[in-house]
Design a protein around this ligand. Structure first.
Ligand code: ADP
Ligand code: MG
Length: 609
């Protein structure tokens, strides 16, 4: 309730700065971002970023850029003080990373801040100290050319904000992600990241983009990507985009840069969807490093204080340019060496042509097979997976059990087997398996079914004498972004007991040399990546600990191609394994595996009743 006895007043600068800090400075990583941007704008060739305690205790950024005079340095910490734009028209034409002139004012109002700077050629440098927005000290100081800014005790005077800071690990991960974006955007600049006196990255100056990409993500990634480079009239699109065989479950590896600035715009996401439409499995996303360059007037970066989201003047042109550039990169290099030979078609399918009809097995004459449902419990059902009442139902005499009186619990209990006997009739639409059973007809989604089977077998290993795993013909290496690498490191043990042969190579690189049985022999890296994404997205159980169930569910969900293109024997095996599951009716993610239509319902539909 506003207090009507209080008069309206203009807020003081100190209060305004603190409010602005709320927009620009969300966490230590945002401080790092602003300071790094300033260093780059100042023409630095080397920037050192040094953080202590995930940046909560101290962040310092040292550059060898232009430096500032004493007067400029004093101005720099004022709100709306910037050397980068002069008047309104300049906002339409921004080529620097900063321009709003509020970062230093905001940061220094919510921390203990020092600025040490010297312009090349000046006799002496300047040191300015500001605590919580109050100028404490200005003095001459000896220092090298360039600027060093130090931010201590971020949010020390904003307890509400301080409370929202996460663990050192989490804050550091955000800093690393931010660092990666700028390291990719500016391969020419030498960059170093040090955390608690440990060097995390040391990137030499003068690198090409390809060199930096390989240095950060490993040498194998570029091999799986095509090069994009189309210089249109309005816009140039360059970079690397994944070939359709490389895809991820989320967009976390889509790095977009607009005029050198890490940025995003909804229209680019849309363009990516279009460019890859029909090329990737549903729900999958490409890995991209895309650089868009257009005249500064064609893009509005002044949409949000953090400048992360931009708006394009002609967004349809941008969209079309991105789609065309990516599509062009997939075309085979030899396509212009015309020949009438249609066999040398590109290995990328034409997205406009309909999905080829995949004939999964013809199975007209498969014999029906029996499931004496409760007489002899199927092997995996005997493995006690939880505290559920699996034992007693599994041992119940067959004669006394009908589907209606078998106790079933929503989770953790044993569901009745889905059929006493069944016969596989065939596959429709290349997607669903049709089964005849004693009581009617069943449609089975083989992918969901396969995930259920995998899930239960992964969990069944928990107290077994070691997991069943199969070695890969070719071990795969896996380079992960920092957040995911940390996640994987924490899960290595349980994954190993589930049959994943994964070892930590250091530096966010892992090697996979075995997968649990049932995962197929290829795409191990993709399986693990998807698993991590799943866990990240759904979060983990109570107390932040990843439960075995979560792991198994994520792993089963990531088994690419599972349940697809099965041969007759494999399909039969799958049907049997599913029948033996404790919870055969849904995938671990809760999707149906089976849709049952009983004889009575069929009769009713045909008007026989
Ligand atoms: P902006 O970057 O939007 O201009 P900032 O508050 O981040 O606003 O910085 C204010 C001004 O301080 C900049 O315009 C620039 O002139 C000066 N400045 C900031 N950081 C540096 C640096 N590392 N080296 C040289 N000058 C800097
Ligand atoms: Mg700035």
């Amino acid at each position: 309730m506003p207090d009507s006895s209080r008069p309206i007043q203009l807020l003081s600068d100190a209060v305004i700065n603190k409010i602005a800090a709320g927009e620009v400075v969300e966490r230590p990583a945002s401080v790092c971002k602003e300071l790094l941007e300033n260093a780059i704008d100042a023409g630095a060739t080397h920037v050192d970023l040094d953080v202590v305690d995930g940046g909560r205790k101290r962040i310092s950024v040292a550059d060898d850029g232009s430096g500032m005079t004493r007067d400029d340095a004093l101005l720099a910490i004022e709100r709306h003080a910037t050397s980068k734009i002069r008047d309104v028209d300049d906002i339409e034409n921004i080529l620097t990373l900063g321009f709003r002139g509020e970062a230093l004012a905001a940061i220094s109002s919510v921390s203990r801040f020092t600025l040490l700077t010297r312009r090349a050629g000046d006799d002496t440098g300047t040191e300015i100290t500001v605590h919580g927005g109050k100028l404490i000290d200005v003095r001459d100081a000896g220092c090298p050319d360039g600027t060093t800014m130090t931010v201590r005790n971020l949010f020390y005077n904003v307890p509400a904000r301080r409370k929202f800071l996460r663990t050192v690990q989490t804050e550091l991960q955000h800093i690393r992600q931010m660092f990666l974006m700028y390291a990719l955007a500016h391969p020419g600049i030498g960059l170093r990241l040090v955390s608690d006196e440990r060097e995390i990255y040391q990137l030499n100056e003068g690198a090409t983009f390809d060199e930096r990409l390989a240095e950060l993500f490993g040498r194998s990634l570029p091999d799986q990507m095509s090069t994009v480079d189309v210089d249109g009239k309005q816009i140039r699109v360059r970079g690397r985009v994944s070939r359709p065989t490389l895809h991820r479950a989320d967009r976390s590896e889509q790095y977009i840069f607009i005029n050198g600035r890490p940025a995003s715009a909804p229209v680019i996401g849309y363009a990516l969807n279009q460019a890859y439409s029909g090329l990737l499995p549903r729900g999958r996303h490409p890995v991209v490093f895309l650089f868009l360059e257009l005249e500064a007037g064609g893009v509005d970066v002044n949409v949000h204080p953090t400048k992360r989201e931009v708006r394009f003047r002609r967004s349809t042109d941008v969209r079309d340019a991105v789609i065309e550039a990516i599509r062009a990169s997939f075309a085979p290099a030899s396509s212009h060496l015309v020949s009438g030979d249609t066999k040398s078609a590109p290995d990328v399918p034409d997205p406009k042509s309909p999905r080829p009809f995949v004939r999964i097995p013809d199975l007209p004459s498969l014999p029906a097979f029996d499931y004496p449902r409760k007489k002899t419990a199927p092997p995996t059902a005997e493995v006690s997976v939880g505290e559920g009442p699996s034992k007693q139902t599994a041992e119940a005499p067959a004669e006394s059990v009908t589907p209606d009186d078998t106790p079933s619990t929503p989770d953790g209990g044993t569901e009745p087997a889905p059929w006493n006997w069944c016969r596989i009739l065939g596959v429709i639409g290349g997607a669903y398996v049709v089964l005849e059973t004693d009581e009617g007809m069943i449609l089975m989604n083989p992918r969901a079914a396969h995930q259920r089977v995998l899930y239960e077998s992964l969990l069944a290993e928990r107290d077994g004498a070691g997991a069943l795993s199969q070695g890969l013909l070719q071990p795969e290496t896996l380079d992960l972004p920092p957040v995911k690498a940390d996640l994987l490191r924490r899960m290595l043990k349980p994954l190993q007991t589930m049959g994943f042969g994964i070892s930590d190579f250091g530096g966010d690189t892992f090697m996979i040399d075995a997968l649990p049985v049932g995962f197929g022999k290829g795409g191990a890296a993709a399986v693990v990546r998807d698993m991590l994404t799943d866990i990240e997205e759904r979060g983990s159980g109570k107390g932040g600990r990843v439960q075995r169930e979560d792991l198994a569910r994520a792993a089963a969900g990531g088994a690419v191609g599972a349940g697809e293109n099965l041969k007759a024997e494999e399909l039969e095996r799958l049907v049997k394994d599913l029948a033996a599951c404790r919870m055969p009716y849904t995938s671990p993610a809760g999707k149906p595996t089976l849709i049952f239509t009983g004889m009575r319902e069929l009769d009713r539909k045909f008007g026989k009743v």
